[in-house]
Design a protein around this ligand. Structure first.
Ligand SMILES: *Cc1c(COP(=O)(O)O)cnc(C)c1O
Length: 474
């Protein structure tokens, strides 16, 4: 399988080359040149694989359709090492449970950091270690986090040979639980840098370091952000696992509702649907930061400045610009790289928007591609958490609550699977506001806030961060 850029660059690359890369040379995102098709016989085979051999074997079957530059037995071993009961808490890895009639929840957040990002990041950690060893190379991952991404990256990369992590976060702004999760890691290859500033300052530092090409090359700086194709691909697997758990035969369909921010998670659903998985609807759920809902309602994609990006109680969805959205738009406009470049490199980058409302392609978003959307606010979140707890005795986190709220607006006859993207303990303050009690805490996290912390606090200063990286790369 070869990969192309959404902006039309002529290069075609293989999986392991784009694994360690970020954007394509023309600023586009990588996608496979075509989506491998799953016919009825293959779907039946995958159904048996999941039932008899489990999630890791299913992951191997899906990944091997896209990865041909890792020997099959190695890829199989990487999947088996990643998706274990020990790491993800159950043999099902992503168990589906019923809430109410057709409404179900697919649990994606029982990994080490209790958010769905572990599903992809744990695999990425193993893939990185494997590929870096094969090339005899090292990588220093520099990132910015407001919580979930950074901790998922650190738990995936801790102790991995050839990899160091330098993770910046806004000093004092993450929840106490999130800070404890990250800062209690004592692994030598994990470095927490608390920046005296806000999340945007952290992101600016990462950009500034990445734009210093000499420094970047000398210190082998890389990233693990959500545009990485390997992360997206790992997520495709749980759409298959959700479908196979919720159906008994291949003539049935299901729909998915996905709490969305950067459009990475639901874009994996789009890929699964393009492969032929019988998905009726893909429902995009946003919070008050509703750029995606606006697009799917109107055809206008208008990004926001930081002044109009709200801090909400589902913070991992607080985005003003959805970094993976370009992948879907590329398919929507008939895989036209020139057009995609116009929309993003000119429309979004220069005017902050593009408008497809009068373009015939926009009708395909709902029609051909099955996308619909909805929005949820803080009040909706509280009401949904309370309702779900009172009627079904289930505690859901704030992001999942946005999903449940929006899913209820799009129910049909088919099973509706809401992706559970985090556990309530990560967002305890809002749970308390909704229920008047603390969320349950998995036993292994008892007392985590009291553990010794490994973190350096720094002013928002690019040179200081560079000096810290240099000093720790010996
Ligand atoms: C990252 C995250 C999201 C958003 O996922 P995207 O792939 O960016 O759309 C939703 N919920 C939680 C809990 C997250 O950590």
């Amino acid at each position: 399988m070869l990969y192309l850029s959404t902006r039309g660059h002529a290069d075609r690359k293989r999986f392991c080359d784009i694994l360690l890369e970020g954007l394509a040379p023309d600023g586009g995102l990588y996608l496979p040149v075509e989506y491998p098709q799953i016919d009825d016989a293959k779907l039946s085979q995958l159904r048996e694989t999941l039932a008899n051999k489990g999630y890791a074997a299913l992951a191997f079957e899906i990944l091997s359709l896209y990865i041909d530059d890792i020997p099959a037995e190695d890829l199989r071993a990487l999947c088996a090492k990643t998706y274990t009961r020990e790491v993800f808490g159950s043999d099902a890895i992503v168990p589906v449970r019923q809430l109410d009639g057709v409404l179900h929840i697919e649990a994606l957040s029982n990994g080490p950091t209790l958010a769905f990002k572990d599903m992809a990041m744990q695999l990425l950690g193993n893939l990185f270690e494997y590929e870096l060893a094969r090339r005899n190379e090292e990588l220093n991952i520099l990132g910015a986090t407001s919580g979930d991404t950074g901790s998922a990256a650190e738990y995936a990369m801790r102790g991995k040979k050839g990899v160091r992590v330098f993770m910046t976060s806004p000093h004092g702004r993450m929840s106490p639980f999130q800070q404890a999760q990250m800062f209690s890691l004592q692994d030598e290859n994990i470095h927490n840098i608390a920046i005296e500033g806000v999340f945007d300052d952290c992101q600016d530092i990462v950009k500034a370091v990445s734009n210093d090409h000499t420094f970047k090359a000398r210190y082998k700086i890389g990233t693990v952000n959500s545009i990485n194709w390997a992360r997206l691909l790992a997520q495709v697997v749980y759409y298959f696992a959700g479908y196979l758990q919720a159906t008994r035969s291949n003539d049935q369909k299901v729909s998915f509702t996905v709490p969305s921010g950067n459009f990475g998670n639901i874009c994996a659903g789009h890929v699964a649907r393009q492969m032929g998985l019988p998905i009726a609807k893909l429902v995009v759920a946003t919070n008050e930061n509703d750029v995606l809902d606006e697009f799917f309602r109107t055809g206008v994609y208008q990004v926001r400045g930081s002044a109009n990006t709200y801090e909400t109680s589902s913070p991992s969805m607080d985005i003003s610009k959805a970094s993976n959205f370009e992948r879907f738009v590329f398919d929507l406009v008939g895989r036209d790289g020139v057009r995609t470049r116009q929309l993003f490199a000119e429309g979004v980058a220069k005017a902050g928007k593009f408008d497809l409302s009068t373009d015939p392609a926009f009708e395909d978003a709902a029609g051909k591609y099955g996308f619909v959307s909805g929005k949820s606010t803080h009040a909706d979140r509280l009401a949904t958490i309370k309702d779900t707890f009172e009627r079904f005795d289930q505690m859901i986190d704030t992001h999942t609550a946005d999903g449940v709220k929006v899913a209820r607006e799009h129910l049909g006859a088919e099973p509706m699977l809401v992706l559970e993207t985090a556990l309530p303990i990560k967002f305890a303050a809002t749970i308390e506001e909704a229920l008047g009690r603390q969320p349950d805490r998995p036993a292994k996290f008892n007392g985590i806030e009291d553990l010794p912390k490994r973190v350096v606090v720094m002013p928002s200063d690019v040179d200081k961060v560079k000096a810290f990286i240099a000093a720790n790369c010996r």
